[in-house]
Design a binder for this molecule. Structure first.
Ligand code: T46
Length: 141
C-alpha cells in the first residue's frame, strides 16, 4: 500500500493469482479491503475525450480498479492534489470521504470497477467545487 499526498487516498497493489489458464485477482478483507462492500458499479464505453466525476462525497469510501484498459483519476483534498493512472487490474485506488475526484483519459476498452462502502445516496454528493473548498477549509480550521 502506498499513501498518496492526498488525505484518505492510497494505492494498493493487488495480488495476481496466475497459472497456465490465466489470471485472477480477489478483493476481500483478507486481501486488504478495509470496508464491507455495500455497492459495486462499473464505468465503461466512456467516449473519447470525456471526463467524469467532478464531485466529492461527504461520507463514502471507495476502491477503484481499472479492470480493463486504463484511465486517470485526479484526487484532491482541498490542499493537496495528485493524479493516479490506473493502467492494470492489479492496481486499486482508495478514495476516502471529502475528496474531489475527476476521471479522465479513458482508453476505448476501459472498464473502471468501483467498490463502495455505502449504497447510492444522491445527497452525499458535493457537486460544486467552490462549496467543496469552502467545506474543506472550514474543516481544517
Ligand atoms: C464516483 C465516481 C468514481 C446510480 O443510479 N447509482 C450509482 O450507484 C451510481 C454511481 C450512479 N448512478 C446514476 C446517477 C447518474 O444518473 O448513474 C448516472 C451516472 O452517475 P455519475 O454522473 O455520478 O457518474 P460519475 O462517473 O461522474 O461518478 C461516479 C460515481 O457517481 C461517483 O460516486 O466516485 O464515479
Amino acid at each position: 500500500m502506498t499513501d498518496l499526498p492526498v488525505k484518505g487516498c492510497r494505492t494498493i497493489e493487488l495480488q495476481v493469482m496466475g497459472d497456465d489458464r490465466g489470471s485472477l485477482i480477489a478483493i476481500e478483507s483478507a486481501t486488504g479491503l478495509p470496508f464491507s462492500i455495500a455497492r459495486a458499479y462499473f464505468i465503461f464505453a466512456t467516449r473519447a475525450g470525456v471526463a467524469r466525476g467532478f464531485h466529492a462525497h461527504r461520507n463514502l469510501r471507495q476502491w477503484a480498479v481499472c479492470v480493463s484498459g486504463a484511465c486517470s483519476v485526479l484526487v484532491e483534498d482541498g490542499g493537496n492534489c495528485c493524479t493516479v493512472r490506473l493502467d492494470r487490474p492489479s492496481l486499486a485506488l482508495e478514495i476516502g470521504p471529502m475528496i474531489w475526484r475527476e476521471m479522465h483519459d479513458f482508453t476505448d476498452d476501459a472498464v473502471l470497477l468501483v467498490l463502495a462502502d455505502k449504497p447510492y445516496t444522491p445527497d452525499d454528493y458535493i457537486r460544486e467545487r467552490d462549496a467543496f473548498f469552502t467545506m474543506t477549509t472550514a474543516n481544517s480550521k
